[in-house]
Design a protein around this ligand. Sequence first.
Ligand code: 6PG
Length: 255
Amino acid sequence: MPPRLLIFDDYESLSRIAVEMLVYIARTAIAERGLFTLALSGGGTPQRLFEFLARVEYIEQISWPQTFIFWGDERCVPPDQDGSNYKQAYHTFLGKVPLPPENIYRIRGEYPPEDAADDYTQQLLDFAALYPAAPPLATGVRFPHFDLVLLGMGSDGHTASLFPGPITERERTSPTLPVTAHYQERPARRVSLTPLVFNAAENIFFLVTGAAKAETLRAVLHGAPDLERFPAQRIQPTEGQVTWFVDEEAGCYVK
Ligand code: 6PG
């Protein structure tokens, strides 16, 4: 399915429409298959969407006991430490909605990257074994096919914790990837899901704002394929729908 590009006047309206569409996907998934699987991203851009989810009007629209929360990536820091994607999401909305704690599949950032990646792979297997009816599994590879994945994009074209550079064998063949390279001032030891999992999702929302990302967004969407340089281009779901939620500043070259 070709990606869909939505350009908004501002961050507020971008976040508002993203949450409305998230609720629609959640309700549809629950009505059709009895559960909704959502993978969250880190970074600052989803913050407003998370805040909306904690509002009564949205809390009431989602059946939280049928909702299962995962992460697309995590920094290897303890869950109570700043920089933890889990902490950000928990404080902003997960701790404020009636979500059973056992529905949270957290990447254990307190472990070293390799151990956290292996642990998360096992959690994905456990989930797939527990809910075999839905979502469906890829032949021979057991991991959830998410109803919705939230992703951001860095000004260098990275997404989740897939950074520019050669694509490793592990990234091609495993659902999870330990990352140990240094990245700007952010914690450099991380765990990421791989495109194998992202590209099996039903829906992917990229949330991208700010002028600093405008050039890269043009290259990612309209430039020649260069998957090593622009990891965001590695996200090409087999059947799912990618929707880019972009503000005027980030979208100035792609309108
Ligand atoms: C993380 C991410 C990362 C993020 C981008 C964009 O854990 O940091 O998942 O891929 O989405 O770096 O971050 P901003 O939204 O802060 O620009």
